[in-house]
Design a protein around this ligand. Structure first.
Ligand SMILES: *Cc1c(COP(=O)(O)O)cnc(C)c1O
Length: 320
């Protein structure tokens, strides 16, 4: 079992490399909800998302022997960028296994991140198998995207920053996918004060965590196209940590529609001049749609900014 000390330890490691992100007051969301609402700007992390916290924590904590061999992952999203960046910062080798089906744009972006790409296999699953092979044959260390105590504790450091900056915080809202972020945040907040509300927002379709919790075991869901592509993906059929922690530490778990996500992205652009990806806007959606009605100082974690500018423009224009 993890405890609060794990997150303090993560913070001691991370704070040498990653300064706290800003907490921005939103007068518009405060006026709409009647309570003070703040945005925690994790899209300002150098890799573009909070995932740099978990990746930095795990990579900095490797033994010298492990650092010498390097790390591997098969995420082509924010976790992949975070691993590439954290590995480069520590001067160690990072291999990202990528399926042949991945778009040119993603491959180019990952190449620029300084990681070695291994493009092979027809699916994300096959890319996963190739990374497992690299672990076996070359002794690389796998950096998992969410279901790992180092990753969870790293993401949980957001919670410590919130407690420091806003000690009377009453609720925190963030996007939910594999559950690393909300497991860490939940642990940080609830083990400090169980009355702090922790809410997870996901997409209506392909919500693997929601479906799995309902079934009582990890379930695979079919992936459908969404504006919040960072929230896609399963929770792992052998999930060890996040499923139980999400069940234990979250209060409301809810979903928002594609249109509600687009509207929230437009709101963040229009009112705050923030350009964020769909997965980062779901918390704001839940407030705008009044699915979550906060009754005290509330923080929404703005998780990432990985979106093509042309797609962003197209998405928000109808709602400006
Ligand atoms: C990964 C990610 C999430 C969800 O985090 P989990 O730990 O998988 O639940 C939310 N938003 C963005 C932008 C992400 O990259």
């Amino acid at each position: 079992m993890m405890n609060l000390r794990d997150i303090w330890k993560a913070r001691a490691v991370i704070k040498r490399e990653l300064p706290p992100t800003p907490l921005m007051h939103s007068s518009e969301l405060s006026a709409l909800t009647g309570v003070p609402v703040y945005l925690k700007l994790e899209q300002l992390q150098p890799s573009g998302s909070f995932k740099l916290r978990g990746a930095t924590h795990m990579i900095a904590s490797l033994t010298e022997a492990q650092k010498e061999k390097g790390v591997v992952t098969f995420s082509t999203g924010n976790h992949g960028f975070a691993v590439a960046r954290a590995a480069a910062a520590h001067g160690i080798r990072a291999v990202i296994c990528v399926a042949e089906t991945v778009t040119r744009a993603k491959i180019e972006a990952l190449q620029q991140s300084g990681a070695e790409l291994r493009i092979e296999g027809k699916s994300q699953d096959e890319a996963g198998k190739i990374s497992a092979e690299l672990v076996r044959k070359e002794g690389l260390t796998l950096i998992p995207p969410f279901d790992d105590p180092f990753i969870i504790a790293g993401q949980g450091t957001i919670g410590l920053e919130l407690l420091e900056e806003l000690p009377d915080i009453s609720a925190v809202i963030a996007g939910l996918s594999g559950g690393g972020l909300l497991s860490g945040l939940g642990l940080a907040m609830k083990e400090t004060d169980p009355s702090i509300q922790v809410h997870g927002v996901t997409i209506s379709k392909s919500a693997a965590m929601q479906v799995s919790l309902k079934a009582g075991h990890p379930v695979e869901v079919e992936e459908t196209p969404t504006l919040a592509d960072s929230l896609l993906g399963g929770i792992g059929l052998d999930n060890q940590y996040t499923m139980a922690m999400i069940e234990h530490y979250t209060d409301i778990r809810c979903a928002v529609s594609e249109e509600a996500i687009a509207r929230a992205m437009a709101f963040l652009y229009k009112k705050h001049r923030l350009i964020v990806e769909g997965g980062a806007a779901v918390g704001v959606s839940a407030l705008l749609e009044k699915i979550i009605r906060p009754d005290g100082p509330t923080v929404i974690v703005i998780t990432g900014n990985s979106i093509d500018p042309a797609v962003h423009y197209e998405t928000v224009t109808p709602y400006l």
